[in-house]
Design a protein around this ligand. Structure first.
Ligand SMILES: Cc1cc2nc3c(=O)[nH]c(=O)nc-3n(C[C@H](O)[C@H](O)[C@H](O)COP(=O)(O)OP(=O)(O)OC[C@H]3O[C@@H](n4cnc5c(N)ncnc54)[C@H](O)[C@@H]3O)c2cc1C
Length: 375
């Protein structure tokens, strides 16, 4: 079998398409993508932060947000805490528009994105990797794999983010369209449970019920989601989304024999939040051109301080979920907003870490730290 392409990217989702665009900008074009789905789906709402000093994702991806907000709200025991974001913004984008734009950039430059071609198997051969599709086999020198893992890491302090969301139209003008409800906490001894609301207008919003938990129990999430929706006098559900995302500080570093794992399960997903968009955008932007496609070129560069703080956060959330609402309240209301946003966006400066460490409850965090080493 002849090698027609240097690099085969499995999955034309966020990390695969972003990588493709980054390679193309570096004049590397001998690659192909395989995607199991036939069309780019509108099955995810991507949100992230923007503002002074942050990497400009909007410009880099040339996309327009579905909506931007300048205020967020955290709710603990029904008490509302509103935070003005100043020059920063929280914005959301439909996966269809983001992935569609990335897909278009590739195909108009002649890159093949084979949609509807599920990769059934890959095998190491002497002269490369054999990719098995439904009706044929292709030989490639390098494989970049963004497929999700079949199982989730359960090593302490890892968690899973399990969520169910519904985009709704209400019969009433019920939403404050200027304020995102980032976390409206429910009381729970077992899991961290909260509602996330992206209001698009006074009557339209995406409402998500999220669990940070060590188990994957969609039934439990859906039950609470149904009850939550009752509060919003729903006229119509226009779209739904659901997922389980890894919250793990342990990166899947399968990168040898010219096989490279990327995406959510290879360090893109932020351990303490499950957010991955900014990390993927930064990662692809920082990829350097090298003569040979190699590990150094493509690996997620781990920020040890961020990862360490995320581990402590996770340890607290996993051992003591009841305290999570208070920790998040303190994080968003006491830590300077710019420091909190830079931390959440993987772009912390040293004084941001100091601001966070100084504000968070010392005893709780210390217990979280100790648990990391004795559990
Ligand atoms: C509903 C949802 C909402 C999210 N919201 C946010 C958010 O607001 N902010 C944020 O920062 N992060 C968010 N995330 C997390 C993260 O940004 C996304 O999961 C992101 O899409 C991860 O990129 P990825 O490339 O790892 O995975 P994906 O984008 O899922 O890409 C993997 C691709 O591989 C394809 N594939 C799988 N198996 C095969 C196969 N056998 N052959 C060929 N192709 C295959 C899939 O169809 C998919 O297109 C969200 C995730 C989900 C699921």
């Amino acid at each position: 079998m002849k090698q027609k392409f240097d690099i085969g990217i499995i999955g034309a989702g966020l990390s695969g398409l972003t990588l493709g665009n980054s390679l193309l900008s570096k004049k590397i074009n001998n690659f192909i993508l395989f995607e199991k789905d036939i069309n780019t789906k509108n099955d995810k709402t991507y949100s992230f932060w923007s503002g002074p000093g942050l990497f400009d994702i909007k410009k880099s991806f040339s996309v327009k947000p579905k909506k931007e907000w300048s205020q967020i709200e955290i709710k603990v025991k029904s008490k509302s805490y509103k935070i003005d974001l100043g020059e920063y913004r929280y914005a959301c984008y439909s996966s269809e528009s983001i992935l569609g734009e990335l897909y278009k950039n590739l195909t108009k430059k002649g890159i093949q994105v084979r949609q509807g071609q599920s990769v059934k198997d890959i095998k190491k051969k002497q002269d490369g990797w054999e990719v098995k599709l439904k009706s044929k086999k292709i030989l490639l020198k390098n494989i970049v794999d963004s497929r999700p893992n079949k199982t989730f890491d359960d090593k302490y302090p890892s968690l899973k983010q399990v969520f169910v969301g519904s985009e709704i139209i209400s019969n009433q003008k019920i939403f404050d369209e200027n304020v995102v409800t980032l976390m409206d906490f429910a009381e729970s001894k077992k899991n961290v449970i909260f509602t996330y609301i992206l209001p698009f207008s006074k009557t339209k919003a995406l409402i998500e019920t999220t669990f940070f938990s060590s188990e994957i129990d969609f039934k439990a999430v859906e039950k609470i989601h149904k009850l939550t929706l009752l509060k919003f006098n729903v006229k119509e559900i226009t779209r739904t989304e659901k997922a389980v995302l890894p919250m793990s500080p342990y990166i899947d570093r399968r990168m040898k024999n010219q096989y490279f794992k990327i995406g959510n399960f290879a360090g893109a997903s932020r351990p303490a939040s499950g957010y991955a968009f900014t990390r993927i955008a930064l990662w692809a932007h920082q990829i350097k051109t090298k003569k040979e496609f190699n590990y150094e070129m493509i690996a997620h560069k781990e920020n040890y301080l961020t990862n360490w703080l995320d581990k402590i956060f996770l340890s607290v959330l996993r051992s003591n979920p009841q305290i999570a609402p208070e920790i998040f309240r303190i994080f968003f209301t006491k830590v300077p907003t710019s420091s909190a946003i830079r931390f959440l966006s993987d772009q912390s400066r040293i004084f941001d870490y100091l601001a966070i460490i100084l504000k968070l409850p010392k005893l709780v965090m210390l217990r979280g730290l100790i648990n990391l080493y004795v559990k």
